[in-house]
Design a protein around this ligand. Sequence first.
Ligand SMILES: NC(=O)c1ccc[n+]([C@@H]2O[C@H](COP(=O)([O-])OP(=O)(O)OC[C@H]3O[C@@H](n4cnc5c(N)ncnc54)[C@H](OP(=O)(O)O)[C@@H]3O)[C@@H](O)[C@H]2O)c1
Length: 274
Amino acid sequence: MITSTGSSASSTLTVGTRVFGVLGTTAILKGEGALCEYICISPKQHVVMPVPENCTLEEAGCLSIGGTMAYLVCKNGGITENCGLRILVNGASGGCGTIFVQAAKAMGPAQIVATCSTPNFELVKGLGADIVIDYREKQPLHEYLAKEFGDRKFDIVVDTAGAQELYENSPAYLEEDGVYVNIGNLTNGLWLTAFHWFMNYFRPVWLGGTPRKFVMFGPTVRSEAGDWVTRLVAEGKVKAVIDRSVSFYQVLEAFDVIASKRTRGRMVVKVADD
Ligand SMILES: NC(=O)c1ccc[n+]([C@@H]2O[C@H](COP(=O)([O-])OP(=O)(O)OC[C@H]3O[C@@H](n4cnc5c(N)ncnc54)[C@H](OP(=O)(O)O)[C@@H]3O)[C@@H](O)[C@H]2O)c1
């Protein structure tokens, strides 16, 4: 909620407006964050926008990063209105996956196939996935995908789990002109991920590179992404999935849950009472 404004604040951001947003990378690198009761925001460096009326503050807090990711994936993957593409989402039940599946569904793809653990099947189906696969039961996953979808390959793979083996074996289930998007998961550690990123982008096929386009995002702040997700929420096409809300005093427990990689949607930390 805005408590005071400077002279450069836009007319939509007035005192009393409920807002949500994303902090710019420089702020994060300087150790600044949103785990505080008050924060001074410059719209030039951060993204800040009004919360849609049909959305609570807790829900809005879940939408910013996942919404930015979903926007960038759609942009880079060519997912547009009525695109009719076939999409695989690996890791659909987490903070980013739950937003992306809904946003992609709203675009009208031909089919969304998603992976998660069995307890999250109903959640992911309810978000719009046509087929749901338990990645823990179907191992190795790339072999299962090749067997099931090798004759009707995907146009886009969105991998929120950073599965390098899945990318290396993607020609068996991803179209030749398809795109493999890793949203920036550092599962293998920073240096190994950076190595894979370099090799996936630059190693030519004749040196053993995988003959499929690889895209990986860094954290970027885009105001148009905020507008895009706000519209989808206001139209009722995207809704936040909240694993649980905890108080400021439980923040370390919240980080433990996030680190366990078992979050169902997003964790919310309430820094103050309503
Ligand atoms: N580049 C950026 O700016 C940026 C922004 C946001 C996030 N990210 C990165 O993107 C990744 C995903 O973010 P997130 O917020 O969605 O994470 P998250 O909420 O922590 O993801 C948890 C989900 O991951 C699923 N999962 C765990 N291991 C899996 C596996 N081996 N295969 C498939 N699914 C698996 C779990 O599903 P089940 O419990 O159903 O098994 C759980 O629902 C993170 O590594 C994050 O750091 C990058």
